[in-house]
Design a protein around this ligand. Sequence first.
Ligand SMILES: [Zn+2]
Length: 261
Amino acid sequence: MLWILVFLFGLIIGSFLNVLIFRLPANKNILGFSKCQKCQKEIVWHDNIPILSFLILRSRCRECKTKISWQYPLVELSTGFLFLISFFVFGDSPFFLIYVLFLISLLVIIAFIDLKHFIILDSLILTGFIISFFYLLFPDCSIISCAFSNSIFGLSFFAGIYLFLFLISKGKWLGFGDVKLASWIGFAFGLRNSVDIFYLTFLIGFIIAIILLGFKKAGLKTKIPFGTIMAGASILFLLSGFSFLDLIDGELILRIWSKNH
Ligand SMILES: [Zn+2]
C-alpha cells in the first residue's frame, strides 16, 4: 500500500512544481497563497487539492469561472506517475531514490518552463549542480555516475558538443540555456550515460520534428523547446535504463535473448 502514498506524495509535489513553473519565470514570490490569474481572488485550500479540485470545479475558477490551465493536472499527474515509477525502479535504494525524486522534480520544472517560455533559468541549473555535487559526496555507485572524474568527463562532453552546435548554428538550433542544461545533465549522469541521453534526445527531437512537419502549419523555422526534449530524454533514460551503447555492444540483445531462453 506504500505505493499509494508515494503516488499521493507525487501529486502534492507536482502541485508545488506548478507554483514554481508559474512564478519563477515571472520573478514572483514563491511563497504565499495561489491566486486566480484572472480575478486575483485567493484560492482557498479546499479548491487547491491536486486533481480533485480541478475535477470538482470542472476546470473553472469558483469566482469568475475562468478556465483553469490544463497545465495544473498535467504536471500533477506526470509527477505522481514519475514518482511512482521511480519508487518501483529504485525502491531498494532509498538514498538514491531521494536523489532521483529531486532530479525528476527539477527536470519537470525545467521542461515545462522551457515549453511555455523558451527559457532555462540559471537558478534551476545552479540548484541542479548543487544537488548533484552533494550526491557525489555520498554516491551509490551501483546506479549512476559515482565518481567526480566521470562527472567531469560527462560535463565536458556535453558542454563541448552542445556549445559546438550552438556556435555553428549561431544559436538557431538551440539556445545558450540548452548548453547550460546539458552541462548539468552531463555532470549528473556521467560520461557513458550522457552518450545514451544524447542519442535519446536527438531521436525524440527527430520524431517530434517529423510529426510537426506533418502538420502543414509547421515549417523548418518552427521553434522547438530543445530543453524540454533534453529533460524528457533524461527522465526516460533514468527510469527505463535503456541504453543505446548496450545495443551497439550487443549486450542488450544478449540480455533479452537469454531472458527468453
Ligand atoms: Zn477567478
